[in-house]
Design a protein around this ligand. Structure first.
Ligand code: PGA
Length: 254
């Protein structure tokens, strides 16, 4: 059985003080969760202080992006080894906001995944279709392209610990989540695709999260689906109660 993974993406929110306060609440409420991987991805400015607070905690640290070069004259960029150095274990790659606002391509996603794996960071790779792509019945085709291009030239060994987040763009930050059935349909498609590209065992082992307006009110339905192995949570991860409730509601399915 795949271990559930719930990750919080704080995006461009929280000062250091606000982030620290939230961590105090999470630690108090979630300290005894053992069977679910919990990951928080705050902005870069909070990584150092939160990393200290999370030492020997069951909550792991992740970043929201990285640059593929290891070091050098790349103003404004942060490398995988720097993230590792500050205590990150995970990194989100190819989030739809990066793809759409910052022009990130599948080729760039591919380079970022490579860099993350090389530094022993677990990539959480986001894929998903826009509303117009869904309406034109292009969902599977879009996902296929993102996975084939993004995962180009990886060995089974490299790919096997990576996490995928299926995030329909129309569901992100809109309050309109995909139904459990809509999400499961795509998650199954992704798993079958992985089986085709790699093999069945690899596909069965890779964890696929759902993301897009996940809330305490909808997590139970989503997490019951056999191919949904967790959630990537945006807005609802910014408050102690909603994020904790999402995780607590997953316990019976872990
Ligand atoms: P949301 O964001 O939960 O606020 O919809 C999800 C995400 O962007 O990962």
């Amino acid at each position: 059985m795949r271990r559930l993974i719930i990750a919080g993406n704080w995006k461009m929110n929280k000062t250091i003080k606000e982030g620290e306060d939230l961590i105090v609440s999470f630690k108090r409420r979630l300290y005894n969760i053992e069977n679910i991987d919990i990951v928080l991805c705050p902005p870069y400015t909070l990584l150092s202080s939160l990393s200290d607070m999370l030492i020997s905690s069951n909550i792991k640290l992740g970043a929201q992006d990285l640059f593929w070069e290891n070091k050098g004259a790349y103003t404004g960029k942060i490398s995988a080894s720097q993230l590792k150095d500050v205590g990150c274990q995970y990194v989100i790659i190819g989030h739809s906001e990066r793809r759409h606002y910052f022009g990130e391509t599948d080729e760039m996603v591919n380079k970022k995944i490579k860099a993350a794996i090389k530094s022993a960071l677990v990539p959480i790779v986001c894929v998903g279709e826009t509303l117009s792509q869904r309406e034109q019945n292009q969902t599977f085709e879009v996902i296929k392209g993102q996975i084939q291009e993004g995962f180009k030239d990886f060995s089974q060994e490299e790919i096997k610990n990576l996490v995928i987040a299926y995030e329909p763009v129309w569901a992100i930050g809109t309050g309109r989540n995909a139904t459990a059935e809509q999400a499961e349909e795509v998650q199954v498609y992704i798993r079958n695709l992985l089986a085709e590209i790699y093999d069945k065992d690899i596909a069965q082992g890779i964890r696929i999260q759902y993301g897009g307006s996940v809330k305490p009110e909808n997590i139970e339905q989503l997490i019951q689906q056999p191919d949904i192995d967790g959630a990537l949570v945006g807005g609802a991860s910014l408050e102690a109660d909603s994020f904790s409730q999402i995780i607590e509601k997953c316990i019976p399915f872990s």
